[in-house]
Design a protein around this ligand. Structure first.
Ligand code: C2E
Ligand code: CA
Ligand code: CA
Length: 716
């Protein structure tokens, strides 16, 4: 198969199978990126949130320290927080430490706003701690009760006024004895963290900032300037991952897995659907619509690699073009649909007649392609005959005919006689050869088998060469007129001649008419050739007439192809008149096959030619089909007895009787006779005795060039 076809098929197959996978990968990559991004945002928010809690706690401790630094139980109070901390002076000397100090450096100063969160009994406290540029710590808080209501807002240390919540519908006052200081701060409620110290100094810190059961604690250290910047209060804090966090994380991971899983599932399903569709499409690509079996494309796509395989190299194969003869007729008489039903039956029957390692496909119309394994040609021939025989009864009401063109793919061997792979095999080419072989049976409507041979290719090449060159050859005068004289067998005198064409050129040398006339007859160029010959003969005759030579009529062959032209007689007359040759020196030969055409038109043309003064002869009388019937109606001047009468078996006694009768018949129809192809003296004598008027044969002379013919004329 041509490479471009293979590429196309591969492309179709590839397109179908990979689009889904590629889309799947793209979607999956996008989903992955989104998942990772979401996880990243979620985790960083989570960690930050956790760390913020730590900041608040540490800052709170620092606040407690600062506000109670002058109290003797300050360290005792701070130690209760159960947090490692260290207070250092500027030189790094430890003033007090508690717990295991693992901080490597002195810690970062934190001056940002920090959110602190904690629970106090049943209420939760949400506060904001900030430090301004002067080191003053501003605090704000609000308290939320179990019902989620704001039950207290922060107090101003300088004011005793009541505060209103943002919603305005409730007023709360922080009522603890030492906490009458309420203020609004920067639009947000704030509270002096000291209040916590005073109120809950007797309580453990973890009751103020309850640490829920943490599963993982990641320690980090935060330092704050205390004592007016003279000392540094460094507190250990933790990012605590608690059980509830794990639950959230698990839920989040679960959600992500669920979404990714859904995506994955969708993509897997779509890929499967795609793959199934792809299979269907590829299947469709290789399915014949009429027989539902495999099609030509499949035959070509699979056949060539099959024949090229090492495992098949030792077997002989036959590529067959099997044709249902007169399928069109059958469709016309019945219906196309009915015809296709028969084709399907033929296909199904063939499927049963070939084995698994062989192939059978419906190509198109009435054509099937088969790949059969065989051992020897006789066995193959018998098998094909039996297949054809079997198929003929595929429909009980009819008997069908089948023709098979066969191309044999034998075993390839190298110089050492070893079997080699058929590397250059192309089943399309082999099938084409099989078709070519089948065309040789085209003339017949009967079943038959024809085998391809190299000569068919050579013939076709020759036809192409001839067709290609014909135009140039005629304009370049490559066609030469040869003259074959006709003699009176009694007196041995020249009575006429036939003009016979020869094609002579430098490349091809001398080409006899049998090699190109049938091609011209098929391709229509014969009409130009015959007119060309007529003109040349008329010119020669005129030249010889002017030279005072002893002229005799010269016959020119006119092929049957001309008789479609109703004015053929006029064309002949006009071209002869243009040259000025008297009509009596030109004779027109019509081949017997011409008589099968439109009889009326033929009679009319012959009659007019004779009226114009041209003699008309029937060429090759007795060859092929009987033309006795034609003789009855045709007003002819000359009957040319075919050379076959004088060859081989025909030349016996029975042959002589037929020839003698034919001559008699011609005479009684007032026709002269010419015997063609006479080569021996006995035949000449016999013909003379029968009263044959002229003999054209090798006995007297072969067709000759113009100059030699001039010599023959002069010899008279
Ligand atoms: P044809 O018209 O029957 O020509 C007679 C053929 O018999 C010639 O073959 C001639 O050479 C050959 N022949 C004559 N006497 C003998 C003989 O004693 N023994 C043998 N073996 N052969 C003999 P040629 O020239 O090869 O022509 C073959 C055919 O080609 C012609 O058969 C004719 O049908 C066709 N042809 C030749 N020239 C022309 C032409 O100009 N126009 C057309 N339409 N056909 C032509
Ligand atoms: Ca002839
Ligand atoms: Ca002839």
């Amino acid at each position: 198969m041509a490479n471009y076809k293979k590429k196309r098929i591969k492309k179709i197959k590839r397109n179908f199978s990979w689009i889904g996978v590629v889309l799947f990968c793209i979607f999956f990559a996008i989903a992955g990126v989104i998942t990772v991004a979401l996880a990243d945002v979620f985790l960083s928010m989570f960690i930050k949130n956790k760390a913020d809690g730590g900041f608040a706690f540490a800052k709170y401790m620092a606040g407690v320290y600062e506000s109670a630094v002058d109290k003797e139980d300050v360290y005792e109070t701070l130690d209760k927080a159960d947090r490692a901390y260290v207070i250092k002076d500027k030189k790094g000397n430890v003033i007090h430490e508690h717990g295991k100090i693992t901080a490597a450096n002195k810690g970062e100063e934190v001056r940002d706003k920090l959110m602190m969160t904690g629970t106090l009994g049943t209420v939760s406290i949400n506060g904001l701690v900030s430090e301004d540029a002067d080191g003053n710590i501003d605090r704000a808080y609000y308290v939320i009760d179990e019902d989620g209501q704001i039950t207290a807002t922060s107090v101003d240390t300088n004011s005793t006024e009541e505060m209103t919540s943002d919603s305005g519908d409730k007023t709360y006052l922080y009522s603890d004895t030492e906490a009458q200081y309420i203020t609004t701060y920067g639009g947000e409620v704030s509270i002096d963290l000291l209040l916590f110290y005073h109120d809950y100094v007797s309580k453990p810190f973890n009751e103020v900032f309850t640490d829920r059961d943490s599963i993982v604690s990641l320690p980090y250290w935060i330092g704050y300037d205390v004592d007016g910047g003279d000392n540094l209060f460094i507190v250990q804090s933790f990012v605590n991952i608690e059980l509830s966090d794990i639950t959230y994380i698990l839920i989040a991971i679960g959600l992500i897995i669920l979404i990714a899983g859904l995506l994955f599932f969708t993509m897997v399903i779509s890929t499967i659907v795609n793959a199934v569709n792809n299979r269907r499409a590829v299947n469709l690509l290789f399915t014949d619509m009429v027989t539902k079996g495999r099609n030509w494309l499949w035959f070509v796509y699979r056949g060539t690699p099959f024949l090229a395989k090492g495992s098949t190299a030792k077997n002989n194969y036959a590529v067959v073009n099997l044709v249902f003869v007169k399928y069109r007729n059958y469709c016309m008489c019945h219906s196309l649909e009915q015809g296709e039903i028969v084709l399907k039956r033929v296909h199904d029957r063939l499927k049963r007649l070939v084995n698994k390692k062989e192939m059978v496909v419906h190509v198109s119309n009435s054509n099937f392609a088969l790949l059969l394994k065989y051992n020897d040609k006789e066995e193959l021939n018998a098998r094909l005959n039996s297949i054809i025989n079997d198929l003929s009864s595929v429909d009980t009401a009819h008997s069908f005919k089948f023709q098979a063109g066969v191309d044999l793919v034998g075993v390839y061997k190298n110089e050492k006689g070893r079997v080699v792979k058929r590397k250059d095999i192309d089943i399309e080419r082999e099938y084409n050869n099989a078709c070519e072989a089948r065309t040789t049976l085209k003339g017949s409507d009967d079943s038959g088998i024809a085998y391809f041979d190299q000569k068919m290719i050579d013939d076709q090449k020759w036809i192409d060469t001839v067709t290609e060159r014909q135009g140039y050859a005629i304009s370049n005068e490559e066609f030469k007129v040869y003259y074959q004289p006709k003699y009176d067998p009694v007196t041995d005198t020249l009575k006429g001649a036939e003009a016979l064409i020869r094609w002579i050129n430098d490349d091809m040398g001398f080409v006899p008419p049998g090699k190109f006339i049938p091609i011209f007859e098929k391709n229509g160029f014969i009409t130009s050739i015959d007119h060309y010959m007529l003109e040349h003969v008329a010119k020669d005759q005129k030249e010889w007439l002017d030279q005072g030579k002893n002229l005799v009529p010269v016959s020119v062959n006119f092929s049957r192809a001309h008789f479609a032209e109703s004015d053929l007689a006029e064309q002949i007359r006009d071209s002869v008149d243009k040259i000025g040759t008297p009509h009596k020196y030109i004779e027109i030969e019509l081949t017997e096959s011409a008589f099968f055409d439109d009889k009326k038109a033929l009679i009319s043309t012959i009659t007019r030619l004779r009226e114009y003064g041209f003699a008309v002869s029937m060429d090759d009388f007795g060859s092929g089909y009987s033309s006795l019937n034609s003789l009855k109606d045709m007003p002819l001047d000359v009957l040319k007895l075919d050379a076959e009468f004088f060859r081989g078996e025909n030349a016996g006694e029975r042959g002589e009787i037929v020839v003698a009768e034919a001559i008699k018949l011609a005479k009684s129809l007032n026709m002269r006779t010419v015997a063609e192809g006479v080569e021996i003296k006995e035949q000449v004598d016999f013909l003379a005795a029968q009263g044959c008027d002229m003999i054209q044969g090798y006995y007297y002379a072969k067709p000759m060039v113009k100059e030699d013919y001039e010599g023959a004329m002069e010899a008279e």
